[in-house]
Write a protein that binds this ligand. Structure first.
Ligand SMILES: Nc1ncnc2c1ncn2[C@@H]1O[C@H](COP(=O)(O)OP(=O)(O)OP(=O)(O)O)[C@@H](O)[C@H]1O
Ligand SMILES: [Mg+2]
Length: 269
């Protein structure tokens, strides 16, 4: 499989040393040499504990954070933080906190159509409202939200609006940071089916960040397990679940199993 995204030895360090004689004090190495690839029409899940560096990797990939070192290639082209419009459009991100990533003053219809002003090459030929409605329908929303602002939506609805906004630009790579975590199970299943369908029919690749191993099983082709800024294991989804190689992956799986068992609905059965 030819890879669409290639991340090589990515490093991101935050913070400046306050004491020059101790240059490492006060610094956080959020990403400490990450290698990963996402193939065409492939979904790579990036999992790992809180603070392991997943969002930081995602932000570098979409150009919102500057790597301290390392390289990112998209379709063979090295990516800098500043990118030409066509490249920016091709890589879209759905953020972990959708409410703060949506413009609070804009109604949903404008939020979704906004990118078409910047990228007319993907703007719909016909009526814009109709195209916005079609996108809303794909993510399980309807015309009742068209004129609402983010503050008038639930967290899950915000998340679906951000997903529709990203899909409006017909990206080739979609970076989803906990993009379905706030959704109830049935909408979550609908969105996951939509993503799988887009991946197969529209040549979409997905970097899918999640803490939910159940979701990983549903959507991912491969899984990369991250811990303390490093990838400790990358493998096919079945391999990771059936025969995890790294002790930390086993820990994650055990923790997920504990949560399932602790679910009272499960215990009752
Ligand atoms: N802008 C920043 N300035 C300083 N430190 C930061 C910044 N952004 C992230 N960090 C630190 O980098 C590390 C990795 O953070 P990151 O947000 O990438 O983790 P994550 O894996 O996405 O966690 P979560 O699952 O909780 O979202 C953390 O220790 C975090 O505190
Ligand atoms: Mg995060």
């Amino acid at each position: 499989m030819t890879s669409l995204l290639q991340v090589n030895d990515l490093r991101v360090t935050f913070g400046r040393p306050r004491r020059p004689w101790r240059p490492r004090a006060g610094r956080v190495e959020a990403v400490a040499g990450v290698d990963l690839t996402v193939g065409r029409r492939e979904t790579l899940a990036l999992v790992g504990e809180s603070g392991s560096g997943k969002t930081t990797v995602a932000r570098c990939v979409v150009g919102l954070a500057r790597p301290t070192a390392g390289g990112i290639r998209f379709d063979g082209t090295p990516l800098a933080t500043r990118r030409p419009p066509a490249l920016r459009r091709s890589i879209q991100m759905v953020f972990q906190d959708p409410r703060s990533s949506l413009n609070p003053r804009m109604p949903v219809r404008r939020i979704i159509a906004e990118g078409w002003g910047v990228h007319p090459e993907v703007a719909p030929d016909g009526h814009r409202t109709k195209a916005v409605l079609a996108l809303l329908d794909q993510v399980g929303l309807d015309a009742t939200v068209l004129d609402r602002r983010p503050a008038e939506l639930s967290g899950g609805q915000c998340q679906r609006v951000s997903l529709a906004r990203a899909l409006a630009l017909r990206p080739r790579l979609l970076v989803c940071d906990e993009a379905v975590s706030a959704l109830d199970v049935s909408v979550q299943a609908q969105v996951l089916r939509l993503l799988a369908d887009l991946r197969d029919r529209h040549d979409l690749s997905i970097l899918f960040i999640t803490h939910d191993l159940g979701v990983v099983r549903q959507i991912a082709d491969r899984v990369a397990v991250m811990r303390r800024g490093e990838i400790v294991e990358t493998a096919g989804v079945d391999e990771v679940f059936e025969a995890p190689k790294h002790a930390y992956t086993q820990e994650l799986l055990d923790a997920a199993l504990d949560i399932e068992v602790a679910d009272p609905a499960e215990v009752d059965r």
